[in-house]
Design a protein around this ligand. Structure first.
Ligand SMILES: Nc1ncnc2c1ncn2[C@@H]1O[C@H](COP(=O)(O)OP(=O)(O)O)[C@@H](O)[C@H]1O
Ligand SMILES: [Mg+2]
Length: 384
């Protein structure tokens, strides 16, 4: 892991007005939109061939005074592949530009974690050492942190033979390695049948299956809670809930919109849904549930500070299913900006707006944090 003080030291060479940068996918538009709203210039690190969203459709137009009249992406640097953004010459260019890089899932998916941890000498506004937690196959992962935080997680099922009710098997897709090869099963026999069918149709690999996490399926709606933690204010004021999203997954969400009779008429292969994330929707929660949601958020912040100092800096997301009593079970964590924050891009999140008394999206909240830190000469406290 790069020494934090080394990264903080880089800031002394930075221009007075840093540029907010993000990898061009996942949440980059939300980040750029928020940054421009807070008066920053923005940079998107894109992959050639998938840069038109940023370079063309959301390119910033500014008038003679620098005021933005259209779009939110000032600069796009295209690379043949995303991982090239970590090359020494690019790192140097990022530093002279004054780039503060916002880690999103695109960064940690496309740039190797070893590189991010040991080689990427660019300040990240967020928690560098916590990005690896998301990898389920790591020995220390988000489950170990959630347990330490006494946050309810779905019960782990150690062996397929122990499946005694609805369970979800979590492993990557065979060919689309960043997508899911998840499937649900209710018995050891069904596990055998389905896993064989999925291997045969090329959706999953035997090696991944052997290392898969099997956990109890929590029946209840999914609520992804998008939080923000600021180290710039007293601890009691540090945790904010900004908004709540849910996913749209293909083909799962298409299948559940079909009547049961139609589903049963489909060929066997059509019964096995894919879980490719294709979009997000917005939610609010019943108000009596908020109290518990904040409790979980606080526990997560405390546990992260203890185990991965300096802990969570900025946005994070607890992905939950709510049971019939409204109790959240956390099945996944993003220790960085979540993938569903675009739901309130430009508008602000309901809970964030209620707190800040103005439109407050996740992207804007991040940029506001940078702004507040700059004004107070405390930028080093929010980077790793
Ligand atoms: N234990 C669980 N019970 C019910 N649904 C789950 C459970 N774990 C995951 N899911 C469903 O699967 C989706 C993806 O799971 P997640 O663990 O977030 O994987 P990833 O982030 O790798 O896509 C969730 O959005 C949710 O719909
Ligand atoms: Mg997830």
């Amino acid at each position: 892991m790069l020494d934090r003080s080394e990264i903080q030291g880089l800031l002394s060479e930075y221009p007075p007005q840093p540029v907010i940068a993000a990898v061009g996918s996942h949440s980059a538009l939300d980040i750029a939109d928020g940054a421009v709203t807070e008066g920053f210039r923005t940079l998107v690190l894109a992959q050639s061939g998938r840069d038109a969203t940023y370079a063309r459709y959301y390119r910033t137009h500014r008038d003679a005074t620098g005021r933005v009249t259209r779009g939110c992406v000032d600069e796009v640097w295209p690379f043949p592949k995303f991982a090239d953004l970590a090359q020494p010459a690019v790192q140097e260019r990022l530093r002279t530009t004054g780039a503060l890089l916002i880690p999103n899932r695109a960064l940690s998916s496309y740039v190797p974690l070893d590189t991010i941890e040991s080689d990427l000498q660019v300040p990240l506004v967020g928690s560098r050492s916590m990005l690896r937690l998301e990898e389920r196959t790591e020995r220390e992962n988000y489950y170990t942190l959630l347990e330490a935080a006494r946050i309810p997680t779905p019960e782990r099922i150690a062996e397929p033979s122990q499946i005694d009710g609805l369970a979800i098997v979590k492993l990557p897709h065979a060919t689309k390695r960043l997508e899911r090869g998840f499937f649900t099963v209710a018995s050891p026999g069904e596990y055998e049948r389905k896993s064989r069918a999925l291997i045969d149709r090329g959706s999953i690999l035997p090696d991944d299956l052997a290392a898969a996490r099997i956990e109890r399926y929590v029946i209840g709606p999914v609520f992804n809670f998008n939080f923000f933690f600021s180290p710039l204010v007293p601890r009691a004021d540090g945790l904010e809930l900004l908004g709540v999203d849910e996913r749209r997954e293909s083909s799962l969400d298409g299948l559940v919109r079909l009547p049961a009779a139609q589903q049963l008429e489909m060929s066997q292969a059509g019964h096995l849904p894919d879980y490719t994330v294709v979009g997000h929707g917005t939610l609010t929660v019943r108000e009596s549930i908020l109290e518990e949601v904040f409790r979980l958020g606080e526990r997560f912040v405390d546990a992260a500070r203890g185990r991965y100092p300096p802990g969570i800096l900025g946005p994070f997301c607890l992905q939950t299913c709510l049971d019939k009593d409204g109790r959240p079970t956390v099945f996944d964590v993003a220790a960085r900006i979540g993938g569903g924050t675009n739901i309130h891009l430009g508008l602000g999140h309901p809970y964030g707006n209620a707190l800040w008394r103005e439109p407050m999206s996740s992207g804007r909240r991040l940029a506001r944090e940078v702004r507040l830190a700059l004004d107070d000469h405390r930028l080093s406290e929010i980077v790793t």
